[in-house]
Design a protein around this ligand. Structure first.
Ligand code: ADP
Ligand code: MG
Length: 681
């Protein structure tokens, strides 16, 4: 491996451009893979052209002229034995006029379009044919992801040098028996310079065996990093808790319902983890309304009963506040002290909270990510519960290990309402064990979902008003094109004003992300207490908000939201026994993709089905939040395409850790140079 400056033709300017693409060494260049290919191997007769495709053509220049028109251009008529095309140039430069002279023979490459003079090519690449010109290439031509100023021919030239001079010393890190018979060097050569008869379709899709060989190696590296992280945490000790006898029983007896079978099963899995003196790392997935909060509450009982603290963290103030009130209701009767910490608490109030967390007066602490901050010290933290995990970065979880007592680390329970397809869970949460609450509490009636174009908004509004006047409770969610809290807040304000003026007899509330925490909470409480019938909101109510009596949900501009987000929002209703109803208002006309997405929302209430579709349609970035997929940072793998390789990659990762430990570091260095390393003690 060498620095890119070692390559011929790479000066400071090119190096700076390469660095923009994260290419610093010849290895980086070798792993900078083409995004597409062109076939420039065969000269195509001019009577065989299809508009919209790119071709290599060769012919004689018959004439050159500068047709008048709004945009000045130069038109070159090129002819072969079978037909003719016009080459059109809007910028004329010397090298061009030198080559494009009547009688000269040119070889060109470009996309064929229909122009004023029939078939035309705009700014094709041109080459003057002399007796020394070599025959066309005998490989397919790679097209690379690039950046302004770095041309494809330059990039190709650099890659070629890297292949010729530096690919021999490329260490073969994936043990041979796992590499599908493809040596690394062979695979790279094939991908950068495929033979003419290579399967272009496969290559373009990334499904060629040579590509899959690299993708597999990357997935293995990724799994290794997750496994080592997990190993690292596992070797730290954690307090072991015996299953709660008293608190759990009292809590369950205080509730008006019984746990579902799924809640019981998952609670048992958690209790079994907590008995160990190794930190639990468990992800609980459950569709919206499956009753994850109670499972968290029971988990808390085990730690609390032995005198340890429990922290519960939620991604938004509204949700944290709701958990706080809920846990107060559940745990104060058991003689426990529930406290609250948010980023918005300042001064004395904040100091007081920090004090009771530190001296152990607070048993259960609910809050936002303020809980993670350095200055928050716990007296005896035994269990951390993170609700709606997908909003947090993977490595944030690790920050928690410093919050434990002495050398122990608290147990971690992570709950997510965005059902995560198994394959994605393996990548994003490969370091966690998973439990699924796959049963909804009894007596829920499925939500009926309809899609309605925005020009019937008035009709919807009238119907909602009538329903609210009859005592039903409804959410009206405003969203905008730009995902901006400020703009969303303005839209919600405007809608709030509008509806309030039109229906003065209704009790209407407003919540959005720009309001103060206590204002938000006051409104949510009024809605919960049924003092408000209609709540105008932004997507701040997306996760977790639980008002069982609310049975109507209207979402404006639903076509702009992702499926999982819509499912979350819709999950705010359908929580009680009342038949619930969700109207998705959209702006016509819908794109095909938009139609498809709204159709899925109409047809299913199953969060797992919806998540699979979302992954298919939008990729993992949208599903998990870009932050987290950024953390995943794949170079060649694409989860939505390569998920079939994951379980094998997981398996091979385990084998490499066990049987080829010397390969671990080089693999991680090649594929995850930026990721933190976890040392073992
Ligand atoms: P989520 O899984 O979306 O976080 P919640 O924990 O907010 O769901 O629970 C949704 C609603 O269902 C709450 O009102 C809760 O009190 C209720 N609930 C939870 N478990 C049960 C159960 N076993 N039987 C009936 N209702 C339940
Ligand atoms: Mg919840």
């Amino acid at each position: 491996m060498a620095d890119i400056h070692q390559l011929k033709g790479v000066g400071n300017a090119s190096a700076a451009l390469l660095e923009k693409l994260n290419i610093f060494t010849t290895d980086d260049l070798l792993f900078h893979l083409p995004r597409d290919y062109e076939d420039r191997s065969t000269i195509i007769p001019m009577n065989q052209l299809i508009v919209g495709r790119s071709y290599l053509l060769e012919g004689i220049v018959r004439s050159i002229d500068f047709p008048p028109g709004k945009r000045k251009s130069m038109a070159v008529l090129l002819q072969d034995d079978f037909g003719k095309v016009t080459l059109r140039f809007y910028h004329v430069y010397k090298a061009l006029t030198d080559r494009a002279k009547a009688g000269n023979r040119l070889r060109i490459f470009g996309e064929v379009r229909v122009g004023a003079r029939g078939l035309e090519l705009y700014h094709p690449e041109i080459q003057l044919i002399t007796e020394h010109t070599p025959l066309p290439k005998t490989q397919l031509t790679a097209i690379y992801p690039s950046t302004d100023g770095l041309t494809q021919p330059k990039l190709r030239e650099y890659v070629k040098q890297a292949l010729q001079q530096y690919s021999d010393n490329l260490p073969e890190i994936l043990p041979k028996k796992f590499s599908n018979g493809f040596a690394l060097k062979q695979a790279l050569e094939y991908i950068h310079e495929p033979p003419v008869d290579a399967n272009m379709l496969q290559l373009a899709q990334g499904s060629h065996p040579a590509q899959q060989r690299l993708i597999f190696e990357e997935l293995v590296a990724h799994q290794i990093s997750l496994l080592t992280r997990r190993e690292y945490i596992r070797q730290i000790s954690a307090p072991a808790f015996k299953p709660s006898k008293k608190f759990a029983k009292q809590l369950l007896e205080s509730l008006p319902f019984k746990m579902t079978g799924a809640q019981k099963r998952v609670s048992k899995e958690i209790a079994d983890d907590l008995k160990q003196n190794k930190p639990m790392l468990r992800l609980v997935q459950g569709d919206v309304g499956a009753g994850k909060t109670l499972v968290a509450g029971i988990a808390a009982c085990h730690a609390l009963e032995e005198g340890w603290q429990v922290a519960l963290m939620a991604p938004t103030e509204i949700l944290a506040e709701q958990h706080y009130l809920n846990f107060k209701k559940w745990f104060e009767p058991l003689g426990l002290n529930v406290s609250w910490l948010s980023g918005k608490q300042k001064g004395k109030a904040r100091e007081k909270q920090e004090q009771i967390i530190k001296d152990g007066t607070a048993n259960l602490i609910v809050g936002t990510h303020a809980l993670f901050q350095d200055n928050v010290e716990f007296s005896k933290l035994g269990l951390v519960i993170i609700d709606e995990q997908h909003r947090f970065g993977v490595d944030q979880r690790l920050a928690l290990r410093n919050k434990g007592v002495d050398s122990t680390t608290p147990h971690q329970l992570v709950m997510t309402a965005t059902p995560i397809p198994r394959t994605l869970a393996m990548s994003a949460y490969g370091d966690l064990d998973t439990s699924v609450i796959d049963e909804l509490p009894p007596g829920r009636t499925p939500i009926q979902t309809v899609t309605i174009p925005l020009d019937r908004r008035e009709e919807v509004l009238q119907r909602i008003a009538t329903n609210c006047a009859e005592g039903k409770q409804a959410y009206w969610v405003c969203t905008l094109v730009e995902q901006s809290e400020t703009l969303d807040a303005q839209a919600a304000e405007a809608t709030y004003q509008e509806i309030r003026e039109r229906f003065p007899h209704l009790n209407i509330g407003l919540v959005h992300g720009k309001m103060k925490a206590d204002e938000k909470q006051a409104v949510m409480q009024q809605f919960k207490d049924n003092e408000l019938q209609l709540l105008i909101a932004t997507t701040v109510i997306e996760v977790g908000v639980d008002v069982p009596n609310a049975s109507i949900m209207v979402i404006e501009n639903a076509e702009r939201l992702g499926l999982s987000q819509l499912h979350q929002l819709r999950g705010r209703v359908g929580r009680g026994a009342k038949a619930s109803f969700c109207a998705l208002l959209y702006k016509a006309p819908l794109s095909q993709n938009g139609q498809e997405r709204l159709r899925i929302m109409r047809e299913t209430n199953d969060g797992f089905v919806i998540a699979e579709k979302d992954l298919e349609i939008r990729g993992p970035g949208e599903l998990l939040g870009t932050k987290q997929t950024g953390d995943m940072g794949f170079r060649v793998a694409k989860l939505e395409r390569d998920d079939h390789l994951l379980s094998q990659a997981h398996h091979v990762a385990g084998q490499i850790l066990k049987d080829y430990p010397e390969n671990v570091e080089p693999l991680l260095k090649r594929w995850l140079p930026e990721a933190p390393r976890y040392a073992f003690v």
